[in-house]
Structures are given as structure tokens and as C-alpha cells.
Design a binder for this molecule. Structure first.
Ligand code: ZN
Ligand code: ZN
Ligand code: ZN
Length: 917
């Protein structure tokens, strides 16, 4: 490896790997003016151009689209992914000629020194009969001519007035992705040499970067595009927060469905664990506690449909809390859609395990071991497309080899099972951390989760967290007034039924109401927490600051800044985007809490080279343009909890992070909801849903009709939807924006789009179903076909007639064929028809996702499971994020790796400079 001094901190470093934050390392050749071959100055100094091809060179940044570099990159259709793609260039500037131009670029001559006999560069471009190439030339002299003329061809270079021998040539081979070219030029040491780049094709181009001579052979990595740089940037997005092994958490019962195995077994109906009709009653392992979960805010809200394979009538949905959303096929689809790095956190909750018929063991320590083991087994079973990365270099290699890199993490309440008052010694903490790191392979770690622990206070933003805290420590949060930090959230305001019950059954009676203002945790980072963080830095682990109390976040940032050590906020939200109490929202949950990061905290993370993942479901947040005026109108924030809400958080994050270090933080399988749809019966779902403790908002509710009607340009699919059952057209809009008739019209158009013609197959639904009547009207080819009013008909003939008119683009007439009921019904039906038309957006069709008998559709279903991340991305593009806007997201796997690399660099530097903390 090349060792040299970093220009900035003067430390001896490995090339490209300086630990100082200001530099990524410099090439030693740059310091020698005669050898400036790498275009680093943004011009062609040191080179001489002839012809047109090198006018306007070098180029800067990414020049090719993903589809040009890898035509089969995303097999799902759509166009969200077809933005700039890194082709492996190093440094800011590189050469990439135009197809129609030709020319040569010849370096100045210089003496090849014995200290750097390896000639190397990065090379890509067209494969046009060797017309695009790079050569190493040796100046002909009296002493070398006789020796070299037998083996090498001679070229006359006018500028040098001399002949040269071409001793090495490499040609581009049809890949934009640049391969590492290496030539050992030892035998020419002491000769005058020159490098020549040639593009003599009017239909081809050449990409060249990082031309240099080095002391040792550069390292390379074998890929389908040839030997590339092992540290070439990767493409793809990172999900910084998931729980693929949640079925092994919480006692292994309440969370239903497995991530792997035959689909009929892995995702069978959930009766055993969730009871009959999901009520918690009469299942073999179920508990009445089930009634607190899977509340969806409409219908009777007790229990749920239990399928499951093959119907998937009950789950997964975007509201799902306790059913599997990361089945292997769905992870695969996310991978196909551009996911390249996944942080898989072991997770647990002892209270839930204990309360919901949990199987022992349910302590955090044991459960972590089990989940990590299971995650490794899953990765091993699917080694052809996924692999666990234990170092950033491994992550890079895995992704370059077209696989999903998985990073192991832990997010539990009581690391090491330590609870007050039994404090571990520092030695015990070090030993457990070493076990996590060395034995289990954990690299990404939460010091604290939902409850206070021996390391830190926990961020307060749900009453249930307080209940967990009470369960674990028989104590309440030390709540303080957090108004000074913009915090408005208050505990005990809308606690929900679970808290009310705990009040009776557990004597849970916290004094929070007495604390005025917004509620924050008075507890910050403890001395042991400080110690834990130092140990994590020594190991080079990724420190996760989400779930830390405000005070703990601040103390952590103060600490890591002393060591220039980056941190991660992997499933976060932003205080500035929260709605104002009373003025803007009546919902406590939507107010700024200490779970949300301040602008300054995000800027500090950015400065450290950290990375953040805005939580996928941002519920109901403010439009980013209200906070950052330059982003005004970019994406309208008019559909609560949908892709549009995430877009606000994403744009905010990218701005505050300075354009890098922003991925997804889905928290899939982590009791978090997913993005709501923009169409159908659950559009703008998070504006208000009628579940106590979950977000009732009488103030925002009035915006619903406006939000519903504002939606356009939904995701277009390659095939129409297939499943038209009733459950797919149920939701919070019935009885609010839509009446029962309109709900039926949604379903009827679904039948029509799916080609379920009730004239031909009368048993599609109950014959008397109103949706069927409308569907008949949509399917009718002629008015004559429609039923006429008679003794036994109700509204059926009018429903058919209205649907027929709407489909054929006619309006109700003035004859007796269109009496008053037709005129009245017509606007209600055409309103829904137009919503359906808006769902078929302008994107190249996206491949539809199917599992069992069920198809999924982001427009109607929202992000029902992990496999709909590509659909979410397409929707993000359809609502206004451009390819440029999405660049940071598709760089987020790379940015995660860079954060991790910095952790490792800083760790080495810290360990070297310290005997002891
Ligand atoms: Zn269930
Ligand atoms: Zn979490
Ligand atoms: Zn989580």
C-alpha cells in the first residue's frame, strides 16, 4: 500500500485513508509538478490535446445515467432509479469524451523513477475496435532503439519532435464502469516516458481517471465489469433501520410471520397467535392484549382479518404492527429496486414478552444472541444475493459484487441485561461490548432504547415508553419542561387505552401532568454511558443516537466531537418540521418531541461525517419550504404520511446534511407504520385517525378533502390490479370524504380494471352488492345491455346507467332515461373515476408486486410491506423529486460506508494516541 503524509494533518497515512476529517488523503504524485497526470486541478495541465475530443475536458462528477452504465440494474421498470451513476472514477475530475469527437491527449515527458515503477489508471468506455485506448510511450533514444524496435511499434509525436515506442496499451471494452489498468514498467525505469489517451472513433468514447505511477501494484476487485478499484464508490440506497428477526423478539409470539421459508408456512394465518379474527380470543397462544395492536382507525377496530397466505386479506398493510413485513421475497424486491445496504437490528421488549405469553428466554441479552444467529443463517441461505459485512471494505466489495450488504446492529432497552440498581463494572461493560463486536459481529449499536437505562435517558415521545420504563425500573421518567428546546409534546395527554388499563392493573400513576410546558427527559448520558461510547469508539462501532434523550444527544455530540468521531441517527425525524401545538394541530403526537432532532443536531452530525435516515413514515409534518424557503413548492406536503411527507423530511435532511449522508430509516417490523397511500380509501391517512393515543386530530381533519383531491400522478403499473376484495377498498375516508356509495364505486372500478366482468361471471361478489351494479355499468358495451327499472329493482338500474355514462364520457341527459337519481349520483361516481385516472401516472410502468393471490399497489395500499420500497421511490419521483434530488439517496449506501470508514480510521487514531480513556 502507498504510504504518504496527509497534507492537512501531516499524519502518515495509507493513500486515500487519512484519519483527519478535512482530507480524504492526497496522491503523492500530485506533489510533483512533472507528474500531475490526474486532472485534479480541473484542467489539462501536464497534457497536450490534439483534435476535438479533449475540448471541455476533464469532466466533473457523475456523467452517466444508471441505465447507461448497467442497463439491467433495476429489473422492475419505472424510472426513479435512472439518475446519475458513479462509474468508479476517483477524485473530482476525470476524462470522458463525446462519441462523435476524436483526438489524442498526450502527457508531457518525464523520467520514470525507480520508486514508482507501476503504471496505473482507471479506464472505461466504448468497445470500437481498439480505437479508444490509453498507452504508455517510451521516448526513442540511441541507447534503447535497437532493443525496443523489435518488440514495440513506433509513433512519431510532433510536439516532442521525436519517435516513441508504445510499450503498453489498454483499450476500453464497452463498460462505462472503469476498470483498474495496471502495468509493471520496471524495465523502463530511467527512460523518458509519456502517457497518451486516444479516441479515434467517431462513434465511441473513452473514460479515464486516476492516471499515475505508484510504488506498489494497486489493489483491485474482480467484478463483472472487470478489475475495479476496491474503494470505487457504490450505487444504491441504504436502509439504516430494520428488524428482519422481529418474530424472535418479544417472546416470539405476538409478532407473527417469519422472514424466510416456504411462503405458506412463513406467512400462514395468524389465528394461533392473534386469536380468532385477530381478537386475541381463542388462539392457541393468543392474548386479549391483541386488541391494543393493529388498530387501523376505521371499522370496529377490534381484531383484524387473519390472512396471511394466500389471500393476505388482513396483513401486511401499511398500518401493520405485529405481522411480518420483511418476508425474503419482499427484501429481494427492495434489493432489485436499488437497496444495497441494510442495517438489521436485533430488537426486543421484555414487557411485551412477559405480557403476551412469551416463550422464555425473553431477556434482552439472550434474545440478541438468538436474532443475530438467525440473521446470519438467513444471509447464509441467500448467499447468492446477500452477505453480512463486518468491515466497510467488505460492504463495498459485497455491493460491487451485486449483493446486498447487511450490517448487524442491536436496539434493546437493557444491553447486557443490566438494570438499576445493579451496575456493572467498566470491565464487564468492555467485555460484553467485545463479545458483541468480536463474537457476534455487531457493528451498529443503540446505547438506549424505549426506557431509561444505565447508560442514558431515553427520548420521551409515547406514553407507552413510560409504561415500559415503569415495568423495567418500577419508576417514572424524570420529566422536565423542554419548552426552551422547542419541545411541545406532553405525556398523559392522550395516553390511550393501554395506559388506562395499566393504571388499574399495575398501579401506574405517573406525576407528569404536574410538569408544565413540553416534556423532556431530565436524565442525560450517565458516566457509564460516557464509558460505553468511548469503548464503542475504540472498537470503531457505529454509534446510534436515536432514542437518546435530548440531553444525552447533546452530551454524546459534545463527546464525539472531541474525537471527530461520526454518529448515526438511523430512524429519525425533525423538530423543525413538527406542527405547532393548538395553532396547527390538536394532536399531541404531531408536536415537537425530544425524539425529533434539532437543526443544530443534524448539522453537527453532518460536520462529523455521520449519516441519518429519516423514518419512512413521517406521519403528518410541515412542508419543508416553510422552514427552508429555497425548497418552497418542490414537493407539496399535502398528503399526510404518504411519500410526500417523506419527501419533506428527505429534502430537509439533505439540505441540513449538506447533500450527503441521507438514507432511509424504515424501522420495518419495529412497531412503526409505513407510508400511507395517496389514493383510495386511506389517502392522507395520518391527518387524523380515530384511535385514542394514536393521533386523533380534530384540527387537521378538515384538510382531508382538499388533500385527497390534490393527488395526481400516481404510480403506473405494467398490469392492472388483480385482487378486488372489499378489504382493499376500506379506510378512513369512508364516512368522511366519501360516502358508502363512493366506497362501492372504488371497488366497482377495481373490478372493471381487473377485468372481473359480472355480466360474464355473476358470482364475482354477492349479486346484490352495489359494487357489482356499478361494475355492470362500467362493463356494458351498450346502453341496451343495462337493466331497466322494474318491480323488483332498487337503485340498480340507475347505478348501472351512471357507471355506463361515466365510462363512455357521456353526461346524463334530459330524457326519462336519466331521471333525478342518475343526475344526483353522477358527480359522486365521476369523482372516483377521476381519482382512478390520476393513479395512472406518467412513469414508465413499474412491475407489479404479487404474493400468493394478492397483488400490491402503492396508490391504494401504501407501503404495505418492504417489497414496496421501489414503488415508494417511484412515487417520490412522481410527486416531484428529480433524479438530481434523489442522488444523495442513491449514494446513501456509499455514504454509510464512508461514515463507517471514518469510524474505523478515527478508532485507529484514537487507540494509538491513548493508553486509557
Ligand atoms: Zn394477526
Ligand atoms: Zn427505534
Ligand atoms: Zn427499531
Amino acid at each position: 500500500m502507498d504510504m504518504l503524509r496527509c497534507e492537512v494533518c501531516l499524519q502518515q497515512i495509507v493513500v486515500g485513508n487519512c484519519a483527519c476529517s478535512t482530507s480524504t488523503g492526497v496522491d503523492k504524485d500530485r506533489q510533483r509538478p512533472a507528474l500531475r497526470l490526474d486532472f485534479a486541478g480541473g484542467d489539462l495541465s501536464g497534457w497536450h490535446a490534439e483534435g476535438e475530443a479533449f475540448r471541455g475536458q476533464p469532466v466533473r462528477g457523475d456523467r452517466f445515467r444508471a441505465g447507461q452504465v448497467k442497463p439491467k440494474l433495476v429489473p422492475l421498470g419505472g424510472d426513479y432509479w435512472d439518475g446519475p451513476y458513479p462509474v468508479g472514477q476517483r477524485g473530482e475530475y476525470w476524462i470522458s469524451t463525446e462519441d462523435y469527437l476524436t483526438g489524442t491527449l498526450t502527457s508531457e515527458t518525464f523520467i520514470l523513477e525507480a520508486s514508482s515503477p507501476w503504471f496505473t489508471c482507471l479506464l472505461g468506455g466504448s468497445d470500437v475496435k481498439d480505437t479508444c485506448s490509453i498507452s504508455l510511450l517510451i521516448k526513442a533514444s540511441e541507447s534503447n532503439s535497437s532493443r525496443l524496435s523489435n518488440s514495440y511499434s513506433r509513433i512519431y509525436i510532433a510536439k516532442e519532435s521525436s519517435d516513441f515506442f508504445q510499450v503498453f496499451q489498454a483499450t476500453s471494452r464497452g463498460h462505462e464502469m472503469m476498470r483498474r489498468v495496471v502495468f509493471y514498467a520496471q524495465e523502463f525505469v530511467g527512460e523518458w516516458v509519456s502517457v497518451r489517451i486516444s479516441d479515434s472513433s467517431i462513434s465511441g468514447h473513452i473514460n479515464v481517471a486516476d492516471v499515475r505511477f505508484s510504488a506498489e501494484a494497486p489493489l483491485t476487485l474482480e467484478t463483472e465489469a472487470g478489475e475495479i478499484d476496491p474503494d470505487a464508490p457504490v450505487w444504491g440506497f441504504a436502509d439504516l433501520h430494520t428488524h428482519p428477526m422481529a418474530h424472535l423478539a418479544f417472546g416470539g409470539v405476538i409478532f407473527w410471520g417469519q422472514p424466510d421459508g416456504p411462503v405458506d408456512e412463513a406467512m400462514a394465518k395468524c389465528v394461533k397467535a392473534h386469536g380468532i379474527a385477530g381478537t386475541g380470543i381463542a388462539g392457541r397462544r393468543s392474548s386479549i392484549l391483541m386488541s391494543f395492536f393493529e388498530q387501523i382507525g376505521y371499522g370496529i377496530n377490534v381484531g383484524h382479518l387473519v390472512g396471511g397466505y394466500p389471500q393476505f386479506d388482513g396483513w401486511p398493510r401499511f398500518t401493520t404492527l405485529v405481522h411480518q413485513q420483511m418476508y425474503i421475497d419482499w427484501i429481494r424486491r427492495a434489493f432489485d429496486g436499488g437497496l444495497r445496504l441494510l442495517v438489521a437490528h436485533a430488537v426486543n421488549n421484555e414487557m411485551l414478552a412477559n405480557s403476551y405469553n412469551g416463550q422464555e428466554p425473553y431477556d434482552d441479552k439472550s434474545v440478541v444472541e438468538r436474532q443475530i444467529e438467525a440473521m446470519k443463517e438467513l444471509a447464509a441461505r441467500h448467499h447468492d444475493w446477500m452477505e453480512i459485512a463486518y468491515t466497510p471494505a467488505e460492504a463495498r466489495r459485497i455491493i460491487h459484487q451485486n449483493k446486498l450488504a447487511i450490517v448487524l446492529g442491536v436496539e434493546v432497552d437493557s444491553l447486557g441485561n443490566w438494570k438499576q440498581p445493579q451496575l456493572p463494572t467498566e470491565e464487564e461493560i468492555s467485555a460484553y461490548l467485545a463479545h458483541l463486536y468480536h463474537d457476534l459481529g455487531v457493528r451498529h449499536l443503540f446505547p438506549v432504547h424505549m426506557a431509561d437505562n444505565i447508560f442514558s435517558g431515553s427520548a420521551i415521545y409515547y406514553d407507552l415508553f413510560s409504561l415500559v420504563n415503569h415495568y423495567l425500573h418500577k419508576d417514572y421518567f424524570a420529566v422536565e419542561d423542554g419548552s426552551a428546546y422547542g419541545i411541545e409534546y406532553r405525556l398523559q395527554e392522550d395516553p390511550g387505552l393501554a395506559i388506562d388499563i395499566a393504571r388499574v392493573t399495575q398501579g401506574y400513576n405517573p406525576p407528569y401532568r404536574q410538569v408544565s410546558g413540553g416534556h423532556m427527559n431530565g436524565k442525560g448520558l450517565t458516566d457509564l454511558g460516557h464509558f460505553l461510547l468511548c469503548q464503542m469508539m475504540s472498537l470503531g462501532m457505529l454509534i446510534e443516537i436515536d432514542h437518546m434523550s435530548h440531553k444525552a444527544v447533546e452530551a454524546t455530540l459534545d463527546l464525539v466531537e472531541q474525537y471527530d468521531y461520526p454518529v448515526v441517527a438511523g430512524h429519525t425525524g425533525f423538530r423543525e418540521l413538527a406542527l405547532k401545538r393548538n395553532e396547527e394541530t390538536a394532536c399531541n403526537q404531531k408536536c415537537a418531541s425530544e425524539g425529533l432532532k434539532t437543526a443544530l443536531q443534524i448539522e453537527r452530525i453532518a460536520k462529523l461525517g455521520g449519516i441519518i435516515g429519516p423514518l419512512a413514515c413521517q406521519a403528518d409534518v410541515r412542508e419543508v419550504g416553510e422552514v427552508i424557503p429555497s425548497l418552497q413548492g418542490k414537493v407539496r406536503g399535502d398528503c399526510a404520511g404518504s411519500s410526500k411527507s417523506w419527501a419533506q423530511a428527505y429534502l430537509y435532511a439533505v439540505e441540513k446534511m449538506g447533500g450527503r449522508g441521507v438514507g432511509f430509516g424504515t424501522d420495518t417490523n419495529g412497531f412503526a407504520k409505513f407510508n400511507a397511500p395517496r389514493f383510495g380509501l386511506n389517502a392522507s391517512y395520518f391527518l387524523d385517525y380515530d384511535v385514542p393515543g394514536m393521533g386523533r386530530d380534530s384540527r387537521r381533519r378538515s384538510l382531508r378533502r382538499e388533500q385527497v383531491e390534490a393527488q395526481e400522478n400516481g404510480v403506473r403499473y405494467d398490469e392492472s390490479l388483480a385482487d378486488t376484495h372489499h378489504y382493499r377498498f376500506e379506510g378512513v375516508l369512508e364516512g368522511d370524504v366519501y360516502d358508502g356509495l363512493q366506497r362501492d364505486v372504488w371497488q366497482a372500478i377495481g373490478l372493471y380494471k381487473a377485468g372481473c366482468d359480472p355480466w360474464k361471471s355473476p358470482n364475482i361478489l354477492n349479486h346484490f352488492n352495489r359494487a357489482v351494479h356499478f361494475a355492470k355499468g362500467f362493463f356494458a358495451l351498450d346502453d341496451v345491455q343495462l337493466e331497466r327499472p322494474g318491480l323488483l329493482t332498487g337503485n340498480e338500474p340507475w347505478e348501472q346507467r351512471v357507471a355506463f355514462l361515466v365510462k363512455t364520457g357521456l353526461e346524463p341527459g334530459t330524457t326519462e332515461r336519466d331521471p333525478q337519481p342518475v343526475h344526483e349520483m353522477y358527480p359522486r361516481v365521476i369523482a372516483i373515476w377521476r381519482r382512478w385516472e390520476q393513479m395512472e401516472g406518467d412513469n414508465p410502468p413499474l412491475k407489479r408486486c404479487y404474493t400468493g393471490e394478492r397483488d400490491f399497489d402503492i396508490n391504494l395500499d401504501g407501503v404495505a410491506h418492504y417489497g414496496l420500497l421501489p414503488d415508494l421511490l417511484q412515487d417520490l419521483k412522481n410527486v416531484g423529486l428529480t433524479h438530481e434530488d434523489l442522488v444523495p439517496l442513491f449514494r446513501s449506501a456509499e455514504d454509510y460506508i464512508r461514515t463507517w470508514e471514518k469510524c474505523e480510521r478515527r478508532s485507529r487514531a484514537i487507540v494509538e494516541s491513548k493508553d486509557k480513556w
